[in-house]
Design a binder for this molecule. Structure first.
Ligand SMILES: Nc1ncnc2c1ncn2[C@@H]1O[C@H](COP(=O)(O)OP(=O)(O)OP(=O)(O)O)[C@@H](O)[C@H]1O
Ligand SMILES: [Mg+2]
Length: 263
């Protein structure tokens, strides 16, 4: 029952929850002979927005799964604080992963339902989360009746509905057209500014990594170690105009150089 109380305490869909800190020390993960993460050390501060880049197969998803506790380290340590975070972590996948037989509202209430939250509370918070991603009007529709961008927004609302303190996203917008993607990037950044949860965002897009985050990490092609760890000198509020600015160009170039050296 404790997790229900915790979830209630952090309040409705627009609660200020603060973030979780993630401390990774000499983390190693192997699959048989394959060393995917090799002695990785990385500290992520509470409330930070971090992008993770790296060549395909370098271990980005594995790292995210390790942080989420979905897979265990071979050795090394990975601490998420506060320690009761099991119920305060949300994971957004590349595909929206919606249940086709459930409406938008019923997909969004799911995490709360699983936590045993009372029905009226579930609905109230799901509606607030849908509002936050601009989908208040579509709660009765089914996934098959939505565009890809809308499905992804439902997936984001479902992640936000528990007011997570750690939000992990694995290439969530990569299948979307660029205009939709840019819009969702802006909305995600706004949501982060409002809530200040910790966000770890894995992407293949250098532009997206720079646009969203305050810090970007590029992983090495082999062994998932750190090639570049860079604070991004960009304004707090991000708009599409930023993309054409010289500051943005400087940050993009730094990330691109690191990525090129690893490809
Ligand atoms: N459960 C598993 N069993 C065996 N090997 C795995 C497992 N999970 C991942 N791997 C291997 O670990 C390596 C890293 O995979 P991972 O999915 O973390 O990479 P990635 O950086 O997310 O790649 P992409 O950018 O293509 O999504 C790959 O070689 C993959 O085949
Ligand atoms: Mg991946």
């Amino acid at each position: 029952m404790e997790q229900v109380n915790d979830a209630e305490k952090v309040g409705g869909g627009n609660a200020q929850t603060g973030g979780a800190a993630v401390r990774i020390h000499l983390l190693r993960r192997t699959f048989d002979d394959l060393v995917v993460i090799n002695n990785l050390t990385l500290d992520i501060a509470a409330g930070e927005f971090l992008s993770i880049l790296g060549p395909s197969g370098c271990g980005k998803s594995t790292l995210l799964r390790l942080i989420a506790g979905l897979t265990k380290p071979t050795s090394g340590t990975l601490d998420v604080t506060p320690a009761d975070l099991k119920f305060h972590t949300a994971y957004v996948f590349q595909d929206a992963h919606l249940l086709p037989w459930r409406s938008v509202l019923e997909n969004t209430v799911l995490p709360l339902e699983l936590m045993g939250t009372p029905r009226d509370e579930c609905v109230r918070r799901a509606r607030a989360a849908l509002e936050e991603v601009g989908l208040a009007e579509t709660e009765a529709r089914y996934p098959a009746q939505l565009s890809g961008g809308m499905r992804m927004r439902v997936s984001l609302a479902r992640a936000l509905v528990t007011s997570p303190r750690l939000l992990l996203l694995d290439e969530p917008f990569s299948a979307l057209d660029e205009v939709t993607r840019f819009r969702l990037d802006i909305r995600l950044r706004e949501l982060w500014l409002e809530r200040r949860m910790t966000v770890i965002f894995v992407t293949h897009s250098i532009t997206e990594a720079a646009f969203l985050a305050d810090r970007a990490v590029v992983l090495t092609r082999k062994g998932g170690a750190i090639k570049l760890d860079r604070k991004l000198a960009l304004p707090k509020v991000r708009t599409n105009e930023l993309r054409a600015s010289s500051q943005f160009g400087v940050e993009m170039q730094a990330l691109l150089t690191a990525m090129e050296e690893e490809s």
